[in-house]
Every structure is written in structure tokens, then in C-alpha cells.
Design a binder for this molecule. Structure first.
Ligand SMILES: [Zn+2]
Length: 511
């Protein structure tokens, strides 16, 4: 098994492992699943299982902790969901990306949906990507996973599924062990039962198609992408791309979707700049950076691109990764020149360094993405003042762009200004709650400033976000032993410690 392929495989492994271990081995950090003896699982139980699996995925090296890519996927996903009436009010959705060149997408219990970078790059238009997404969303709204998990053979397994999600990291750091487990006949049997059935696939196509159409995308995108997958399948050594193994695709399915498309009038839907920038960034982030620079160079030379701004953005990103800082700065200027000469986009003219800035709209984060890259290029070239000017202007224009927020704090920290960094974090935490990256940066600020008590307090919240409650309790206990806090800070830590201990005790009692 490929070291980077998680997703459905991880999901199967959880089920498989749950058969091999008794439920109480890892019972110390269990979510509250309530009564699991009933024949169906509730939305709440499903969500808790999903959260537990997500904690493991987030700790995996293939998880793309990239605020811009996640932001784009969630914007696109929410646009699809809000224009459908399929989603129940108690359902939640979260979209994330994995750095993995294989073409795959998958839905986990609880509305978590993963998209491999390989799939996003393979989509030739935003409507194609939206088509796959709409199909996954339909699996979630129709509760296909919950229905499969509610089969008689799975009753009683849920407590251990959640508990054993914790064991997955251990098995993944030793891929051989994971493979051995999956190789058992029992595992194979379970895996085949967990593939979506043809009935589920047809339903996801039908409902996904409506979602795609209602959201204003080109409905042809869905069949176009599936056809591309089908054709690609012929050239894959091990048969079909991974996506086809979990979503069995037939010519009948493609024909059904095409028939639905034919009934609608043709609609041309232009891709957003966001779509092109996100794909360019994913390309720039993949594999060997020198190779990526050469590819961007050759596409630009032959004018083989769908969007020149995105292509130049990708080249600059690849150059930065390849440590060609001077050339990255040169290409950045070229990017701004192209933006200024493109009359199809709206620009702000009053930028601090005299460069144009893209105007943000509801689904357009591209302006902020370009500014975040520009600041990174300036920092790499030691043009520190220019970088900070960009951060300040860009954060005025795009105050909610997470990548800019994290990068600005990191830059302050790296340039001996932990005090300003901490003030900025405190301002942000009034709007942004439970953000693991902000807690991490906060811990670093306190460490730099010698506030050891508050450093451990912030570190505890990092662990809470990771679902490591025991480690969090330990951090709070260390914090209380540091004597550099005031009365208010001490009692707030004591209160948080009590709350976490009660939570852990309650979870253990449920087992
Ligand atoms: Zn499917």
C-alpha cells in the first residue's frame, strides 16, 4: 500500500483493526457515542467517529495544512451545499486536501470529505471539480456511509472504531504492519462490503447532478470528469485510478449522466481565478521543485496555459520552493505586469508598493493569495520592510485570509517582535475560535517572551484540538507549577483543567 494513501484505506483499516482489538485498549480518549446498541447510527455518532478519524488524518504527513487550499475547497463545497436542499440542518461538512498524486476523493463519516491534489490537478475545469464534489456531497446527504455502517455485521463495532482510530497512526508509521492486516481474508471481505454499491453510486450521481446544476456550474463537468477517469483507467498499471475502486464507474453511469446533461440547455461557465491559482499552487508544491520550475517555464514559453496569472503565480511559488529567490522576485514583477494588462479582472490601484491588487469577492481569495506569496518572496530576499508593508496593506484589504494572518505572525516572531505578534493573535482570537495554528503560534510567542505558564496553557489547547486530552491535562498541570502568572490567569487554568478532567472521566465511564 502506498505510504501516502489514506482516505478510504485508512477508513477500512479502522474497521479491520477494530475487529482485531478489544474495545477497551484505547478507551482513554473516546468521544461520547451514547447508546451504540441501536441498529442505526445517529448524525451525532457519525460526526464523533468522523472527528476521531480526522484527528489521525491531520497528523499524517500527506494532510495539506494549507489555509488557502482548504479555504478554496470549503468555499466551493459550501456554494454547492447552500444551493441544494438535500443537506439536513444538523449535518456539517468539512473539505480538505491531501498531498497525493493519485486521483482520489472520498467521504468519511460525519461529513468530512478529502480530495487528493492529484484529483484537483486532473480536473480540467472548475465545473469538473465541482462535479466530483457534488457526487461526494450526495453520498453524505444520503447517509450512504451511515447506512452501510448500520448493517447487522457492524453493530457493536462503533465504540471500537472510534477508539482504534487512535491506533492508526502507529500502524501507518509502519506501513508493512498495515499491509499485513489488510492482507487478511477477513479484511478483504470487509473492504468489498464497504465499497459504495451501484445503487448508492447511481443515487449520488442523480442527486449530485442536481446540486451541480442548481449551483450554476456546467452540468457537463460531471460526465466529462468521469469520462476522463475511465480513459485514464486504461493506462494505469494496477488498473483503475483509486477513485474508481471506491466508486465503481460503469459506461451505463456515464451514459445516464450524459442523458441528464442533454436535457439541459448548454451553459458556459467560466472558471474562477481561485480555481486556477489553487491548481497552480498544488502543482508547484508537488515533488521536485527544479522539475516544477522547468515545467512552468516551458508552459509559459509555449503559451500552453488556461490562465497566465495563475501560471506565473505557480512559477513564482516553484522558484521560491527551489530557493531561486532573486528570480522569484523578478517573476513576481512579471506577474503584476500581467495583472495590470488584463482588463477582464478588477484591480485595486492603491497598493503600498505601487503594485495592483485583485479585488476580493465572495468566492475570490486570489488577491490575498498573490499578496501572501509576494510577502514571502520579499522575506526570502531579505526585503523585510517591503514584506511588512505588504502584510499591513493586504490584511486591511483581506482581513480574514488565514494564510496572511499566520504568515504575518510568523514573520513578526522571526524578526524579534513576539510582543506585536502576541497582540495581533489576541485581536484575532476574538473573531477566530479553536484554531490550532493560532494556538501553536501563541505558544511560540509566550515561549519567546519567557511567559512559561501561558506557553503551556496555549500548548494545552493545541493538544485539545488534536484530541490528545491527557497531554493537554499534563500541560495545564505544568502551567500551574510555573509561578509567573497572576491570580486571574491561575484560576482560568484551574477551571480549564477541571473541565478537561471531567470530560475525560465522563468518556471513560461510558465505556
Ligand atoms: Zn461514489
Amino acid at each position: 500500500m502506498n505510504n501516502h494513501q489514506i482516505g478510504m484505506k485508512l477508513y477500512y483499516s479502522i474497521i479491520v483493526l477494530s475487529l482485531l482489538f478489544p474495545a477497551n485498549i484505547f478507551a482513554n480518549e473516546l468521544p461520547d457515542l451514547g447508546d451504540i446498541s441501536q441498529a442505526t447510527i445517529t448524525t451525532h455518532q457519525e460526526r464523533q467517529i468522523g472527528l476521531q478519524i480526522m484527528r489521525q488524518i491531520r497528523a499524517d504527513p500527506s494532510y495539506l495544512n494549507d489555509a488557502e487550499i482548504a479555504g478554496y475547497l470549503n468555499n466551493l463545497g459550501n456554494r454547492l451545499i447552500s444551493s441544494s436542499n438535500e443537506a439536513k440542518p444538523d449535518q456539517s461538512f468539512e473539505f480538505f486536501a491531501l498531498q497525493d498524486p493519485s486521483i482520489n476523493a472520498f467521504a468519511l463519516p460525519g461529513g468530512f470529505m478529502g480530495f487528493n491534489s492529484g484529483l484537483i490537478i486532473a480536473a480540467q475545469s472548475e465545473s469538473e471539480l465541482a462535479g466530483v464534489m457534488a457526487h461526494e456531497i450526495a453520498h453524505v446527504t444520503q447517509k450512504h456511509l451511515a447506512r452501510m455502517l448500520s448493517g447487522p455485521q457492524y453493530i457493536g463495532l462503533f465504540a471500537s472504531i472510534a477508539a482504534l482510530a487512535l491506533a492508526i497512526l502507529a500502524s501507518r508509521s509502519n506501513p508493512q504492519a498495515g499491509q499485513a492486516v489488510l492482507a487478511t481474508a477477513q479484511a478483504g471481505a470487509i473492504q468489498s462490503q464497504l465499497n459504495f454499491t451501484r445503487k448508492h453510486e447511481k443515487e449520488a450521481d442523480r442527486i449530485g447532478f442536481n446540486i451541480l446544476n442548481k449551483a450554476g456550474f456546467d452540468p457537463h463537468g460531471m460526465s466529462a470528469f468521469f469520462e476522463r477517469l475511465q480513459n485514464a483507467g486504461r493506462y494505469y498499471e494496477n488498473g483503475a485510478p483509486s477513485y474508481l475502486r471506491t466508486h465503481p464507474l460503469t459506461y451505463e453511469r456515464i451514459a445516464d449522466i450524459e442523458n441528464r446533461t442533454r436535457e439541459l440547455s448548454y451553459r458556459q461557465v467560466p472558471d474562477s481565478i481561485d480555481f486556477h491559482l489553487v491548481r497552480a499552487k498544488l502543482k508547484a508544491l508537488q515533488g521536485n521543485s527544479t522539475d516544477r520550475v522547468m515545467e512552468f517555464d516551458s508552459r509559459l514559453q509555449d503559451k500552453r496555459y488556461a490562465n497566465e496569472i495563475a501560471e506565473r503565480y505557480g512559477l513564482t511559488y516553484a522558484l521560491l520552493r527551489d530557493k531561486q529567490y532573486k528570480r522569484a522576485d523578478k517573476e513576481l514583477n512579471e506577474l503584476y505586469r500581467v495583472m495590470q494588462s488584463d482588463h477582464s479582472i478588477s484591480l485595486l490601484k492603491n497598493h503600498s508598493l505601487g503594485n495592483p491588487v485583485l479585488v476580493e469577492s465572495e468566492y475570490l481569495q486570489s488577491g490575498a493569495m498573490i499578496e501572501a506569496l509576494a510577502a514571502r518572496v520579499k522575506l526570502a530576499n531579505k526585503q523585510i520592510q517591503d514584506a511588512f508593508k505588504i502584510y499591513q496593506t493586504a490584511l486591511n484589504t483581506y482581513p480574514q485570509h488565514r494564510a496572511l494572518i499566520y504568515d504575518y505572525i510568523t514573520a513578526l516572531l522571526n524578526h524579534q517582535n513576539a510582543k506585536a505578534a502576541l497582540e495581533f493573535i489576541n485581536k484575532q482570537s476574538q473573531i477566530i475560535h479553536d484554531d490550532i495554528n493560532l494556538y501553536r503560534l501563541e505558544a511560540q510567542c509566550h515561549s519567546a517572551l519567557g511567559n512559561h505558564m501561558l506557553q503551556h496553557r496555549a500548548q494545552a489547547e493545541v493538544y485539545v484540538q488534536e484530541g490528545k486530552y491527557r497531554a493537554a491535562i499534563e500541560q495545564l498541570e505544568i502551567a500551574l507549577r510555573k509561578d509567573n502568572g497572576n491570580f486571574y490567569q491561575l484560576s482560568s487554568i484551574e477551571a480549564r483543567l477541571r473541565q478537561l478532567k471531567e470530560f475525560v472521566a465522563a468518556s471513560e465511564k461510558k465505556q
